[in-house]
Design a protein around this ligand. Sequence first.
Ligand code: NAD
Length: 431
Amino acid sequence: MNVQTSTAVAPPQVSEDHLVNPWESAQRQFDEAVRHLSLPPGLADMLRETKRELIVKFPVVMDDGSIKMFTGYRVHHNAVRGPTKGGIRYDVNVNLDEIRALAMWMTWKCSLMNIPFGGAKGGVACDPRKLSMRELEKLTRRYATEISVLMSPQGDIPAPDLGTNPQIMAWIMDTYSMHVGYSVPAVVTGKPTLVGGSAGRREGTGRGVTYIVEETLRHLNMVPEETTVVIQGFGNVGSVTARTLHELGCRIIGVSDIRGGIYNPHGLDPMDLMRHHNEAGSVIHYPGADTITNEELLQLPCDVLIPAALENQITEENADRLRCKIVAEAANGPTTPDADVILAERGIFVVPDILCNAGGVTVSYFEWVQDLQSFFWTEAEINERLRRIMIDAFKQVLYESERRGVSMRTAAQIIAISRVAEATMTRGIYP
Ligand code: NAD
């Protein structure tokens, strides 16, 4: 076995996309919403911070026999309304502030959808595409073991996020189960259905985005058949959103992934594009479409722009160059607070992440309930319940936004924060 030198285990490079600190963005959004509320003194200070933060540094034996160190995180933002819930991200840019922001957004998302969870998030700084399956499994099992002090079906329930998938959730479920000595499917959601996953979970986030876009179009007197859509990111969320919006009648004219984008103003067939993506490992070089950069993709003329990749994609640098009517945030934190101001001035209708992409955690909630009861629902039941919850939440946020004359984001946060604040005061501050 050869032990790598410190240069070989240097922390991953942080890309320029991450220059806007997501945690500062999350706290700025929170401050903006709290301005409209009269919270008891000191309560905002509590809700503005995380509850607990775990940083783990752990080794993995790589396929070549070397030992490589990795850094992982699990952050709980708030657990007042129930066990904490939040995905696990594998990405080179994962860092504590990003995970804090994502954990806070999970608290507001669960509260907004009125599902009985608090907010958490986790992640490992790594490039999953550069790991073999064996390395990925070892990294996952070791990370799951390291954070198992926080994880349990009653305490904290992870799920997939950027760079993770149902197989990784199955390894987490198996690792936890091996430690306690019996199978515990409810410890993690987003698993394959074979091991306690829910019908419709893999599609839940993208399908939820489509329900929300459909409702937004109705509100703005637009019809799907005359609506063009551009989507950044063609992973779990982006690809399912493309397919379900296409089924609704929308025309998908641009799509991208980490390697670049493609554009065809006459429309792309998401199912055929998925076949190409599976074979080629990317959307680029799809026959019959022009190749464009991610930056160009964001500036394409379209009705609905759907960021479905990373934070900080719509910034003060490019917000005035967007040529869409609607931004539907399938990703978490894709729009910076400064860009939000520009989009509002330009009259672009922004559906905020905590509403738009909440289908994932909603079906995760269904999965958790089914696992606890060992009683499973049909996909039709899942989709119908999901649709009802998403549309109700959209209507509440729209009502609050119009009533108070605030953005959809601030309205969504006002509803979410009020519920958590009220629950906190009802429980009382311990001891
Ligand atoms: P994924 O890993 O399945 O896919 C990510 C996609 O983004 C890939 O196509 C990747 O190539 C692309 N991408 C990565 N970096 C990029 C870059 N710099 N420029 C352009 N494209 C880039 O991840 P996912 O699960 O689809 O998650 C995407 C977003 O949706 C994340 O912000 C995540 O937090 C959010 N989200 C996911 C879920 C879920 O259930 N998976 C739920 C709610 C929100």
